[in-house]
Write a protein that binds this ligand. Structure first.
Ligand SMILES: Nc1ncnc2c1ncn2[C@@H]1O[C@H](COP(=O)(O)OP(=O)(O)OP(=O)(O)O)[C@@H](O)[C@H]1O
Length: 316
């Protein structure tokens, strides 16, 4: 378990993490999401003691990382896949890491196998593709068979096969009862991998929710087909809904439910030939939640930033 309590990290005039309190639990994959610059990497570095908090603290299974007698057995962290001596072979890189932590050669071969690098284990790491380097980084995190696994943007540089592989690996590690905390700025990827989500925006906690809760709060819109669109539009607008008309006999309605639309239509004897609730995708919910917190914004944000159905924040 990772307990982040009141974590604040200030760099000069930038508050990278702002009073963040969150608990990352074992047995599930927790996705750590937020736009670029939200403070995800800073938080992860603080977990493994690479960044000293300005205030607050982070405990891993009840102790600060530095207080664990054998940290590599406690926490496996992939924070920068590039931090490898380019002249070394993959096997020797892992053997060097293993040696300093009292881990034997057999475990090195096991993790090479696990990440699919056995056949290239003798090759110089300098010639590795980004995807291969990511796999090697993941192998290093698993060396000590840790209870807590921390991965910063692990799918970066992976091809679709690699992405599917890492998804399976993360889910298997969580199923074994480990704590799996994985950052990404790709909601679509997390939707397939994570059971729980921690959302960060400008260093602050925006949401700490299960994937199910996130989907439920992603209020959607309703598509209605009717031969009496003008009449139904008038009634729905009076009732406070927002209505657009993409086709002559089709309305898109937000701000109300399918049940209410059906009730309104029935009361006015308006025929409905189609009534389809369309749930907002997780991607839309995420964009709506983080719209105010994007540090580097393009000039034409193609986001539903003003969507009145955007879910409320858990904490602002
Ligand atoms: N060593 C540092 N010195 C100064 N500022 C820093 C440092 N590290 C991070 N920052 C700043 O802190 C903020 C948070 O950065 P951080 O890398 O933690 O965000 P992130 O969510 O991981 O972003 P990304 O998805 O782009 O990696 C940013 O404004 C960044 O510029």
């Amino acid at each position: 378990m990772i307990e982040i309590r009141g974590l604040t990290k200030v760099y000069g005039r930038t508050t990278a993490v702002d009073d963040l309190t969150v608990t990352v639990r074992p047995g599930v994959v927790t996705g750590f999401l937020g736009p670029n610059g939200a403070g995800k990497s800073t938080t992860m570095r603080a977990v493994v003691g690479l960044d000293r908090p300005t205030s607050g603290e982070v405990l891993v299974d009840g102790r600060r990382y530095a207080d664990h007698p054998a940290p590599l057995h406690q926490v496996g962290a992939l924070l920068d896949a590039g931090a490898v001596h380019p002249g070394r072979s993959a096997r020797n890189h892992l053997r060097a890491l293993a040696a300093t932590n009292g881990i034997g050669h057999r475990r090195v071969d096991e993790v090479l196998e696990l990440v699919g690098l056995s056949e290239v284990a003798g090759r110089r790491v300098g010639g590795f593709s980004l995807g291969m380097s990511q796999r090697l980084g993941i192998a290093a995190t698993l060396l000590g068979d840790p209870a807590v696994i921390l991965l910063d943007e692990p799918v970066n540089g992976l091809d679709p096969d690699g992405i599917r592989w890492i998804r399976g690996l993360l889910r298997a590690l969580a199923a074994e009862g480990r704590t799996v905390f994985v950052s990404s700025h790709l909601m679509s990827e997390m939707a397939l991998t994570a059971d729980h989500l921690v959302l960060l925006g400008r260093g602050r906690l925006l949401a700490d929710v299960s994937m199910q809760q996130m989907t439920a709060t992603a209020t959607g819109r309703v598509t209605v087909r009717t031969p009496q669109p003008e009449e139904l539009t008038r009634l729905l607008v009076v009732a406070g809904a927002v209505v657009s008309r993409p086709e002559p006999d089709v309305l898109t309605v937000t701000g109300t439910t399918a049940e209410e639309i059906a009730g309104t239509a029935l009361a006015a004897r308006i025929l409905l030939t189609e009534l389809v609730p369309v749930h907002a995708s997780l991607e839309e919910a995420y964009l709506a939640m983080t719209a105010d917190d994007v540090q580097y914004r393009s000039t034409t944000p193609a986001t539903p930033a003003t969507d009145p159905t955007a879910p409320r924040r858990a904490a602002a």
